[in-house]
Design a protein around this ligand. Structure first.
Ligand code: FAD
Length: 426
């Protein structure tokens, strides 16, 4: 019945299913949630940010991380665990902080992200998908001169490799985004006019519907993936449990792993090590109306020092960020949401005017607080390609901080590799 089974219906799974189905393959997608994009793709920062290609692992990062760990409400939280995966990940992350590795990873991510941004344009035009798109660029801003100077160096590297990210003065920042004009502590920024923002959940769910109605993709929702049955160097079937508790095996020619932070757990059952560790993040969505909308930024923003991003998504201002290395824990506490609220209220007081935003119950009830796990590799470069151990198991996973940005690009890379493999072996 299925020729290809895609495991996971987040942005990576749905874009992969779409491109393969367009090529005429019979695709099935399995996910435990009742719809597509209900986990990490659900309420992310909304940025299609090629200009954010520099990974967290860079030469200044270890010192910055130590400084953050000493701060009470830092954007980074580390909870040491008796889990070898965490320590292996940290050791490789430190290795990726070398200048040569950081530059190489930045260029690799740029290549994927540039292609991805182009493909999003093609797909939304071809399929007519609406997702609160804003093509107004992305502005990174800095309060510390040294951080601004480092960003200018990175901007030069990116510009050299095809993403025009240019340094902008304080005055230019005010022109690009007047909502920032009252923040006099900002010393400079960088601007990438071609970057975009939009709602990743809306896009993914709309694309999933198109996959189903136009290209015959079959979605198995509310279906848990328990294991993969392997024999003779190939995957034979995926073992699933449906909503009524019914167990089944689904067979196919190819299987694609797109389970986000849960990919290494399934791969581990087959003896495959994927160096992906969850980096937990948070977001809030502040409602906008006639009275507060004029104070909200329209251009998508990145506050690099606080690791926060801001995107205007239709009726809401989405604010997302922070990273916790604390295992596969998805509990949501006000304690971690509060810094997002305070930082954004400080930056855009007009948006929060009249809101009871210091009241925890009000925040948790009205600002749609959300948390999820970024599937992070130490380099932030995802796994895309065929597994070495099983010739029909393909990987498209580990997109970390940039799964929305790189999703369409890695799907196209994988579809290309699968097509090439089939041509060579048939
Ligand atoms: C706070 C925050 C802000 C972010 N901001 C941005 C941003 O501005 N720009 C950007 O580019 N990226 C951003 N990201 C990163 C981006 O959201 C992720 O990289 C991306 O969503 C990962 O997509 P995915 O398809 O790999 O994973 P997911 O969306 O998590 O999809 C995996 C799917 O697998 C399913 N699944 C898992 N295990 C099983 C199982 N056993 N059985 C069945 N189904 C299963 C899940 O239900 C899920 O639907 C942000 C992330 C966070 C947390």
């Amino acid at each position: 019945m299925c020729d290809v089974i895609v495991l996971g219906a987040g942005i990576t799974g749905v874009t992969t299913a779409y491109l393969l189905a367009k090529e005429g393959r019979k695709v099935c997608v399995i996910d435990r949630e009742p719809a597509a994009a209900m986990e990490t793709t659900y309420a992310n920062g909304g940025q299609i940010s090629v200009s954010h290609a520099e990974p967290w692992a860079h030469p200044g990062a270890p010192a910055q991380v130590l400084k953050w760990l000493a701060r009470k409400e830092s954007p980074l939280y580390f909870s040491p665990r008796a889990d070898w995966r965490q320590w292996v990940w940290l050791a490789s992350w430190l290795g990726q902080c070398r200048r040569s590795a950081a530059d190489r990873n930045t260029v690799a991510i740029l290549d994927i992200a540039l292609r991805s941004r182009e493909l999003y344009r093609e797909v939304r035009e071809a399929e007519g998908i609406q997702y609160h798109l804003k093509s107004l660029g992305i502005l990174h801003f800095y309060r510390v001169r040294r951080e601004f100077e480092n960003a200018c160096r990175m901007a030069d590297l990116m510009t050299l490799h095809g993403c025009t990210r240019r340094p902008v003065s304080r005055e230019e920042i005010d022109r690009i985004e007047p909502a920032l004009a009252r923040n006099r502590d900002i010393v400079g920024g960088t601007f990438t006019g071609e970057d975009e923002s939009g709602d990743a959940r809306q896009f993914t769910q709309a694309l999933a519907e198109i996959c189903e109605s136009k290209y015959g993709v079959r979605f198995f929702y509310r279906t848990r993936i328990d294991d993969l049955a392997a024999a003779g160097g190939r995957i034979e079937a995926v073992r699933i449990t449906g909503s009524g508790g019914r167990k089944d095996d689904l067979r196919a020619r190819d299987f694609i792993l797109c389970l986000g932070s849960y990919s290494p757990l399934l791969a581990g059952k087959l003896g495959i090590f994927l160096n992906i560790y969850p980096a937990k993040g948070y977001s809030i969505s502040v409602p906008l109306n006639e009275s507060n909308e004029r104070y909200a930024p329209r251009v998508s923003l990145t506050d690099d020092e606080n690791k926060l991003v801001y995107s205007h998504l239709g009726t809401h201002l989405r604010i997302a960020g922070t990273a916790e290395l604390a295992g596969w824990n998805t509990t949501l506490s006000y304690h971690r949401i509060r810094p997002l609220v305070e930082k954004s209220a400080e930056l855009f007081p007009g948006v929060f005017e009249g809101m009871d935003y210091r009241n925890p119950d009000w925040v948790m009830g009205r600002l749609a607080p959300w948390t999820c796990l970024r599937p992070s590799t130490p380099s932030n470069v995802p796994y895309v390609g065929r597994s070495r151990k099983f010739h029909n198991l393909w990987l498209n996973t580990g997109h970390g901080t940039l799964g929305w940005t790189m999703g369409m690009g890695t799907a196209a890379m994988l579809a290309g590799m699968m097509g090439e493999y089939t041509r060579r072996h048939e």
